[in-house]
Design a protein around this ligand. Structure first.
Ligand SMILES: *Cc1c(COP(=O)(O)O)cnc(C)c1O
Length: 475
């Protein structure tokens, strides 16, 4: 054994697993799992020794300084943070895809948990004992809420659009305006989706102008479907023109063809919910059906405020064709999604739509956001964090929050946010520390400051947020 060999200065896995610091970090963890992390860190150290060729004494010094223990602690901490967990959204983006889009109503979340934990009547009729369709109830609820003849629900709206295309237009042409040939949320590109569904894309018009005559000229023997797509977070402004929805639908119907509209967000103005005026011209599901579209698709977890789902509403005949497509089986919802979606639709039908968190957050007034900022300042003061003390600067500033997820992209919701600066620390570093806390908090960074937007805080989260901010300020 060579005492100068730096590799020999590294302790064994067993020695490390017995060290108090490592034992504390790995508490509650099966020994094999902990050993795996220790081995991983040791391997990284050996790699560094090979690259940097330090002396054995140097390695011993680093270990004595606690560097190896800290590296193992950090690796285990990263593992403990790795899974899906609840987070606080202080970003001001209401439908934040990275943060899971629509927070569910507590009743919807409770129904979801209840059904998930046991057996359920997922696909069985209680009177006859016979099998039924898992989304029969969703179809009935949608009929009442939107005035459609029938509906089905699948895993998300991307699945809904793909399914509609495959079911109604496989091997044939789909006519779509060049102004609506968009990519939605990374990798969902209309031309690629068409190809995947086995359809031939027939582009009409130009990016900024598509007239009724463009659609008319494109309809032919091979046409199966006329499709409109909400351009989501893409806008063409200035010299633009698009054909009237009623006229496009009449054109399709005149040729015996169905017309479909992928709405994306699916704004609901029904069931006693007050209109969301702030969302400007975002089309509603009812308006789309009213314009005569045979099939309308939208997300469950955007403006509807429910679980991840893709909802297809429309005329009975076409919905039946969509359901009969073999792809439907591959895209269907699971029982917990169905439970949450049914509960959300029922809340809307009961006139309790304004209780849905998404709608409540979108509707929050600027005055309310200011009051929540003031409450946060008071909570921070109680935790010893004050403007002007120990390098901390706290200000309530005007800000603009966003609906998010491509819903009403040109809409900014006016309100107030809490601006936090700490001397010697960048806003980005504060944001990172917040993300790594328990629970993780997501805020914005603006002009080098941390911007905490209270619009997206849910009931009961204020105190945890104040504690998280105080912890980060103290470093
Ligand atoms: C968001 C969106 C989609 C995709 O919906 P997911 O539910 O995210 O799959 C499709 N089309 C439009 C127009 C959208 O806005």
């Amino acid at each position: 054994m060579d005492p100068a060999n730096p590799f020999r200065a590294l302790p064994s896995v067993d020695e490390l697993l017995g060290a108090p610091r490592v034992r504390a970090a790995c508490a509650g963890m099966p020994r094999e799992l902990a050993a795996g992390f220790v081995q991983e860190v040791l391997a990284a150290w050996r790699e560094r020794i090979r690259a940097e060729q330090p002396t054995a004494a140097e390695i011993e010094r680093r270990i004595a300084a606690g560097e190896l223990g800290a590296a193992i602690e950090a690796r285990v901490a990263r593992e403990r943070r790795a899974g899906l967990c609840r987070a606080i959204n202080a970003s001001g983006v209401v439908l934040n895809t990275g943060l899971g889009r629509a927070p569910l109503h507590p009743e919807a979340a409770a129904r979801m948990a209840e059904v998930a934990a046991g057996y359920s009547v997922l696909e069985v009729d209680r009177e006859s004992g016979q099998r039924n369709q898992r989304d029969d109830r969703i179809s009935a609820l949608c009929a009442r809420l939107f005035g459609c003849e029938a509906a089905i629900a699948v895993n998300n709206n991307a699945a809904a659009v793909t399914l509609v295309l495959a079911a109604l237009a496989r091997g044939r042409e789909v006519v779509l305006s060049r102004g609506e040939l968009v990519e939605i949320g990374g990798a969902f590109r209309m031309p690629a989706v068409m190809e995947m569904a086995g359809c031939v894309l027939r582009e009409v018009g130009t990016t900024n102008r598509t007239r009724l005559s463009d659609y008319r000229d494109a309809l032919g023997e091979r046409t199966a479907l006329l499709l409109r797509v909400h351009p989501s977070n893409f806008r063409v402004i200035g010299f633009t023109e698009e054909a009237e929805h009623e006229a496009v639908v009449a054109l399709a119907h005149g040729r015996g063809l169905p017309a479909a509209w992928d709405l994306g967000s699916g704004l609901v103005e029904a069931g006693g919910a007050a209109p969301l005026e702030a969302l400007g011209e975002e089309p509603t599901v009812r308006a789309a059906l009213g314009a005569g579209y045979d099939v309308v698709t939208f997300s469950g977890d955007k403006l509807l405020g429910g679980p991840q789902a893709g909802i297809v509403v429309g005329k009975r005949e076409w919905i039946a064709r969509v359901r009969a497509c073999p792809l439907y089986r591959a895209l269907r919802l699971d029982k917990s999604q169905i439970a949450a979606l049914e509960a959300t639709l029922e809340l809307l039908l009961a006139g309790r739509g304004d209780e849905l968190p998404t709608r409540a957050l979108l509707r929050m007034s600027a005055g309310e956001t200011r009051a929540r900022c003031e409450a946060l300042v008071a909570q921070l003061a109680a935790l010893g964090v004050r403007d002007g003390a120990s390098g901390v600067a706290l200000r309530i500033v005007e800000c603009a929050s966003q609906p998010g997820s491509g819903s009403a992209p040109d809409v900014y919701l006016p309100g107030f946010a809490l601006e936090l600066r700490v001397a010697g620390r960048e806003g980005g570093a504060l944001a990172t520390a917040l993300r790594l806390g328990e629970p993780p908090v997501f805020a914005r960074v603006q002009d080098g400051a941390l911007l905490v937007d209270p619009r997206t805080l849910l009931a009961g989260e204020d105190e945890a947020l104040a504690r998280a901010l105080a912890a980060v300020v103290r470093g």
